[in-house]
Write a protein that binds this ligand. Structure first.
Ligand SMILES: Nc1ncnc2c1ncn2[C@@H]1O[C@H](COP(=O)(O)OP(=O)(O)OP(=O)(O)O)[C@@H](O)[C@H]1O
Ligand SMILES: [Mg+2]
Length: 349
């Protein structure tokens, strides 16, 4: 294990052990500068990651998932910027306010991160092992041998030959191998908050299942708080305790995964679930969601962001953004949620 960092996120138990940090994202808005001015890719997002849980964020391409994930590290790059809100991480405070060296230390050491397309983010001129040593040194890890051992163990658990992979250059590894190297880098510094952006997209189904099991195992062994970003509902169904559904930069529904997937209340969540083709049976059963998700330029500035594609659209959806309303253990942002709930009751009866 790498040496324990001095400033540690999360509370501590009586014996001084680390515990998983809680995260509270409040009113987060992230804008990108475009020819038409600054436009929001993430709008007023409120999301708690309870300590020790795996939260999944799902949504179609362009819904703002990666932008939200980058905000957890205050790593949104120009032409983007966080224009409002806060990301409170236990032990670190509001990362939106962190700058310079504090921010650099927080990344990697406190927040482990797999970038989307991690398979393309390795340095082509250095072996994986060399990059691991660079990472360890830049974070002041005392025992580099232990760090290499830990990396080898993690790679081994993910079905790779650790020593061989550490000795390899990027071009000697397949896309799926590189993706697992990315996951290793997110976990190897023993951060207790881990953010995985599309961690399994380059993997075949069987390897994906193995990797998801390992993410879950490591999460539990180490007592992590984990955020998994994906467009794949199957991935979150498998791995996430809680689920947040994103559309046009807004969270439209969030709650315990089983409830959200088993009894979706937002028309968009229902559409997403109905659009999944079944592995067995009539492929015609899957009903693609009509229309396309909005781009930054077409996200409506007023009213509900989903209304153009919504089968339950009402007049109020044009003018008023639906507030998040609690329905049992979940939050739903929809003016028509009562109609959906009544419909779900009728279906069950
Ligand atoms: N550097 C940038 N400049 C301008 N617009 C951007 C930039 N990065 C992202 N966007 C826009 O912000 C919106 C959200 O992008 P983001 O990458 O967060 O979506 P995503 O949900 O992660 O999509 P995907 O599933 O394809 O990864 C999109 O409309 C995208 O075009
Ligand atoms: Mg993305």
């Amino acid at each position: 294990m790498p040496a324990t960092p001095s400033a540690i996120p999360g509370g501590k138990t009586a014996s001084g052990e680390r515990t998983a940090p809680g995260v509270r994202i409040g009113g987060l808005t992230v804008v990108y500068r475009t020819p038409a001015g600054e436009l929001p890719a993430v709008s007023g997002v409120d999301l708690d990651l309870p300590p020790g849980t795996i939260t999944g964020v799902v949504g179609e391409s362009g819904s703002g998932k990666s932008t939200l994930a980058l905000s957890l590290l205050n790593a949104v790059q120009p032409p983007g910027r966080i224009s409002a809100g806060s990301v409170e991480i236990d032990g670190l405070g509001d990362v939106v306010a962190l700058r310079g060296e504090d921010l650099r230390r927080a990344r990697g050491r406190h927040v482990g991160y797999v970038f989307q397309a991690a398979q393309n983010s390795l340095n082509p001129l250095k072996t994986v092992g060399r990059q691991l040593l660079d990472l360890g040194r830049s974070h002041g890890v005392g025992d580099l041998r232990a760090l290499v051992r830990e990396a080898g163990d993690l790679l081994g658990r993910m079905g790779l030959d650790g020593a061989r992979v550490l000795d390899s250059y990027q071009h000697e590894l397949s896309g799926g191998m590189r993706q697992r190297v990315g996951i290793m880098f997110a976990l190897v510094l023993n951060a207790h908050l881990v953010v995985l952006d599309e961690p399994t997209t380059a993997l075949d189904m069987i390897t994906q299942a193995t990797i998801l099991r390992i993410i879950r195992e490591v999460h539990e062994e180490r007592g992590l708080t984990t955020l998994v970003i994906t467009h794949d509902l199957g991935v979150v169904a498998e791995v996430a305790d809680r689920l947040a559904v994103m559309y046009g930069g807004r969270l439209v529904e969030q709650g315990p995964t089983r409830q959200v997937l088993g009894d979706p209340r937002h028309p968009y969540t229902r559409g997403l679930i109905q659009a999944i083709p079944r592995l067995v049976g009539d492929i015609g059963e899957a009903r693609a969601l009509p229309g396309r998700p909005p781009t930054l330029a077409t996200i409506p500035a007023r009213g509900c962001v989903f209304r153009e594609r919504c089968p339950l659209r009402m007049d109020v959806c044009e003018s008023e953004h639906p507030p998040a309303v609690a329905h049992g253990a979940r939050l739903v942002s929809c003016h028509a949620v009562e109609a959906v709930t009544a419909g779900a009751r009728k279906e069950q009866a």
